[in-house]
Design a protein around this ligand. Structure first.
Ligand SMILES: NC(=O)C1=CN([C@@H]2O[C@H](COP(=O)(O)OP(=O)(O)OC[C@H]3O[C@@H](n4cnc5c(N)ncnc54)[C@H](O)[C@@H]3O)[C@@H](O)[C@H]2O)[C@@H](O)CC1
Ligand SMILES: [K+]
Length: 503
């Protein structure tokens, strides 16, 4: 089962692996043609009703595979308004091949005849809101025919995630007899009164297993966003060490957080501030974190979007006790790193945690690891479900598992030069910044959320961890290109914006 959002990510990851969308479209179209063939006989009339997006493009391809049927391709709208290059290229290929085509300028003029099969390729996952004209009239025309209706990917006007009409209950949508959907089943299709075929279109398993550029889609920055929407981060750490909290904080800024504060023991506050004028430093009395600081840190954390806790805090009993008590009371979202990690398995907290251990820290938490990547992924997944928090285990291949153990992903970016000190602090800050952002796809432009008036939600913590691992590794690879194995953690920080936004 796959959501349309995840499908879009996997599609982008496939393209990065060398399997571009046009190639997938060829497979989709072929799969649709096979379904048409199964529902008709040679010489039968087949009407393909096509929209101007890639859903229509799939049907342009299908028409090429149906030479022994009496096909007519009906394009809703002018050919110039076809919205994607790959759909247009396939339209032009049809014209060149002299496949009969009709362009429907006025929906009242749509005449589908009496075909044995109608292919509904008006709208797929790109639909938003109620069907507009000419699609609305065309959908009604399709529904009124006495023909087998085969929908491409999803019946037009149906939300693939919910199975409900995109225009709200009762709104017009195509009533399909069969749906040919691609790559994996969609949750909404099960709720329809239609037979569903899931067609393998050649998306490599690696596009799902590994992180890729698709994992960054949830973090596209809205140029109109206001300060705050990109998140605020509070880093809590330092004492025995000064560099670690500063690295996390600077990484959080570079990864797009609007405001980053560091709460650290007073003895290192000047040094932390000295690393960067961009940081706001809050000093806590003394030389290490201790339960004396609970109230102050809880106050600072109250209206911060995400807390990054642990970098450079050391393992003094008082500091570990501070973390235990802080997390027991905290109900927000936190990235937990370094010596704070050991507290996680035993603490009873309402907080949503993203833990970022390396293999040794994972074992210290009671988790297991294995040399075989698949076995390791399964172990991390089981451990995440056991502790009930998102886990990102750093390694040659990072493993990220969701808090319910349902989702797991591996990350292959990064290089051996990144074993240098501080890269883990950079990762924690990066994940913190990504976890503090609101998901631009849930903003008001989404008619589903606009209708209910919900506020944009914070990004999914699992997705923030996966994307953080991916860009941290990309930044590390860019740093290694410049500095070889002599790379240092600060080299990564400067390369984060490029890794995040210029892919
Ligand atoms: N991995 C993938 O995601 C793949 C997707 N493919 C196909 O691509 C489809 C998605 O393509 P697109 O993203 O181009 O989107 P669609 O083709 O589903 O729809 C986009 C078009 O619909 C219009 N539109 C949106 N809402 C409308 C409404 N309510 N009334 C009338 N018009 C409306 C838009 O202006 C745009 O022209 C999938 O459903 C699938 O069929 C396949 O080609 C292969 C792989
Ligand atoms: K469709």
């Amino acid at each position: 089962m796959i959501s349309s959002e995840r499908m879009a990510a996997v599609d982008a990851n496939a393209a990065a692996l060398g399997v571009p969308r046009k190639q997938l479209m060829e497979s989709s179209g072929n799969a649709v043609a096979q379904e048409v063939r199964a529902a008709s006989d040679p010489g039968d009339a087949v009407a393909l009703v096509c929209g101007r997006g890639n859903n229509g493009g799939d049907a342009f391809v299908a028409a090429r595979f149906l030479a022994d049927r009496d096909v007519t391709v009906h394009l809703l709208g002018r050919p110039e308004s076809i919205g994607t290059d790959i759909a247009r290229e396939n339209w032009e290929a049809l014209r060149a091949a002299e496949v009969p085509t009709e362009t429907v300028a006025d929906s009242a003029a749509l005449d589908l005849g009496s075909p044995a099969v109608v292919v509904d390729a008006m709208l797929g996952t790109g639909v938003s809101g109620a069907l507009r004209e000419p699609e609305r009239t065309a959908a009604a025309a399709v529904n009124s025919l006495d023909a087998t209706v085969i929908a491409v990917d999803v019946p037009s006007g149906v939300d693939a995630d919910t199975g409900r009409p995109t225009g709200g209950d009762g709104a017009v949508a195509v009533e399909a007899d069969r749906v040919v959907t691609f790559h994996d089943a969609k949750p909404g299709l099960d709720r329809l009164d239609a037979g569903v075929t899931v067609a393998d279109i050649g998306i490599p398993a690696a596009a799902e297993r590994y992180t890729g550029p698709g994992d960054l889609l949830a973090f596209g920055r809205d140029p109109d966003s206001h300060k705050g929407e990109n998140g605020e981060v509070l880093v809590v750490g330092g004492g025995p060490y000064t560099g670690a909290p500063a690295l996390s904080a600077r990484a959080a800024l570079r990864a797009g957080a609007d405001l980053v504060r560091v709460a650290c023991p007073a003895n290192v506050a000047d040094e932390v501030q000295g690393y960067s004028a961009d940081l706001i430093v809050r000093r806590l009395p003394g030389e290490r974190l201790s339960p004396d600081h609970l109230e102050r840190v809880a106050d600072l954390a109250a209206d911060r979007d995400v807390v990054v806790i642990g970098p450079g805090m050391g393992d003094a009993a008082a500091s570990v006790e501070f973390v235990r008590r802080f997390l027991a009371e905290f109900a927000g979202r936190a990235v937990v790193d370094a010596d704070a990690l050991r507290v996680v398995p035993e603490v009873d907290t309402d907080a949503e945690l993203i833990c970022t251990p390396h293999q040794g820290e994972l074992r210290g938490m009671g988790g297991e690891t294995a040399a075989d990547p698949t076995e390791r992924a399964d172990l991390v997944r089981a451990f995440a479900a056991e502790v009930g928090h998102t886990i990102l285990v750093k390694g040659r291949y990072d493993v990220i598992a969701s808090d319910d153990g349902e989702r797991v992903r591996q990350n292959r970016t990064g290089n051996p030069g990144m074993t240098v000190g501080g890269t883990g602090d950079v990762l924690a800050g990066t994940v913190g910044a990504l976890a503090a952002q609101t998901d631009p796809r849930t903003a008001q432009t989404d008619p589903r959320t606009a209708r209910t008036g919900t506020e944009p939600a914070l990004t999914d913590p699992f997705q923030a961890a996966a994307a953080g691992a991916y860009v941290n590794g990309l930044a590390g690879d860019a740093a290694a290109e410049a500095n070889g194995h002599g790379l240092v953690a600060t080299d990564l920080i400067d390369r984060l914006p490029h890794a995040l936004y210029d892919e």
